[in-house]
Design a protein around this ligand. Structure first.
Ligand SMILES: Nc1ncnc2c1ncn2[C@@H]1O[C@H](COP(=O)(O)OP(=O)(O)OP(=O)(O)O)[C@@H](O)[C@H]1O
Ligand SMILES: [Mg+2]
Length: 371
């Protein structure tokens, strides 16, 4: 009855456009609980647009864009979602998340000052960028460089502003893929925020998320739910497979299968391989944690959470624990979701590879609860 009065659907779908696959999760909200309604995945390698021979066979050529649109259509056909609009993510790589420190000032002046600051980080014209910001902290009696104090009250409050920006063309592009016959575009956000929502949620601690996909890795430092650092690296599982193939002198296909198997390539003295991409990710993670603890003497990282398809790699937890000298957890974004027993086993196996899609669907639930 209440649902009827509210006049809106309690079903929410999130769609993650990864480079290996498109993943979707549909959730519903009933009796203050979140239920898994359905999920789906389309492997981009098996779509016609990724395979030149298949294109020849069907006598049609697909661009990369058409391929993604086709993939979403197939996904929705299989899932038959009840949700009427879909939340979509933009790869962390395509956006900017940064914290800027400045003096407090009235809102209208602040907007202008932030635009000015943003120019330092964004080389392209601001007209082409969609930008949002939020004051996340106010600090009394800040000591700012003299230049910034001139003409202002030396005792002004310093503020920390979280600035988020992404190119408008990417926002439009990702939105367009999901806008199909029965589906509207809901919210569009950087996948960084979807990951944080799915893996950290309301947890008040400080965490480092390491999400390793196929072609991209996101390292995110979250302090009490707020993104403090977001580092995107242009490499991922792809490079792990290549490293295994090269070291063992085998094909990439064989290396991919071995990588997903039970052999530990990372920790056994006799069988460990050098995997440069993982060493690089670990050194970046270490650098980010180091910088954070220098800046925030009292704060410490409560845990490192692994996510993305690569988080399932045998021995990865132990590997990072050794290199980062901290406790590592493989993120399980499904903990807070109710699912039928049969589905639960399946989704727990999928684990972290659905974090982004789940985080997007959870955004729908959070907004629903607020209304
Ligand atoms: N059991 C496993 N062990 C090791 N790697 C795995 C395993 N399962 C999947 N992977 C790797 O995970 C990667 C895909 O991860 P994911 O689905 O998170 O990527 P994506 O979101 O499509 O890509 P991206 O975010 O990089 O655009 C692939 O490199 C795949 O080889
Ligand atoms: Mg991904």
């Amino acid at each position: 009855m209440l649902e009827f009065l509210k006049g809106k659907s309690n079903h929410f779908i999130g769609v993650d456009f990864g480079t290996s696959s498109i993943k979707a999760v549909e959730l519903s909200y009933k009796d203050q609980k979140v239920f898994l309604e359905n999920y789906g995945i389309v492997d981009l390698n098996f779509l016609a647009g990724s395979d030149f021979n298949k294109q020849k066979e069907i006598g049609k050529s697909y661009s990369f864009e058409q391929n993604l649109a086709e993939g979403v259509m197939q996904l929705f056909e299989k899932m038959k979602p009840k949700a009427k609009s879909a939340n979509v993510s933009i790869p962390g790589f395509n956006g900017l998340i940064t914290i800027i420190e400045m003096l407090d000032m009235p809102d209208d002046e602040l907007a202008k000052a932030i635009q000015f600051e943003a120019h330092k980080y964004i080389p392209s014209s601001l007209d082409e960028i969609s930008m949002s910001w939020e004051v996340i902290e106010r600090v009394e009696n800040a000591s700012l460089p003299l230049a910034q104090k001139i003409g202002k009250d030396a005792n002004s409050q310093k503020i920390k502003v979280l600035l988020v920006a992404a190119p408008k063309k990417d926002i439009d592009r990702y939105g367009k893929y999901v806008a199909t016959k029965n589906m509207k575009v809901g919210a569009i956000e950087l996948e960084t925020f979807s990951l944080v929502r799915a893996l950290v949620g309301e947890d008040a601690g400080n965490f480092l998320i390491i999400d390793i996909g196929l072609q991209a890795t996101n390292i995110i430092l979250v302090e009490k739910g707020i993104v403090m650092v977001n580092r995107s690296i242009d490499a991922g599982g792809n490079e792990i497979t290549s490293a295994i193939a090269e070291s063992m002198n085998i094909s990439n296909q064989r290396a991919e299968a071995l990588k997903k198997g039970e052999r530990d390539f990372l920790n056994n003295k006799e069988s460990a391989l050098v995997i440069p991409v993982l060493e690089f990710i670990a050194s970046e993670a270490k650098r980010i944690i180091g910088l954070y603890s220098v800046k925030n003497k009292e704060a410490r990282i409560d845990g490192v959470i692994l996510s993305g398809g690569t988080s399932k790699m045998k021995g990865l937890e132990e590997y990072f624990a050794r290199l980062l000298e901290t406790k590592i957890m493989v993120g399980n974004p499904w903990i807070r979701v109710m699912a039928e027993d049969k589905a639960r086993v399946l989704v727990e196996n999928l684990g972290g590879s659905f974090s982004v899609a789940l985080g997007l669907a959870l955004r729908g639930i959070e907004e629903y609860k607020r209304k």
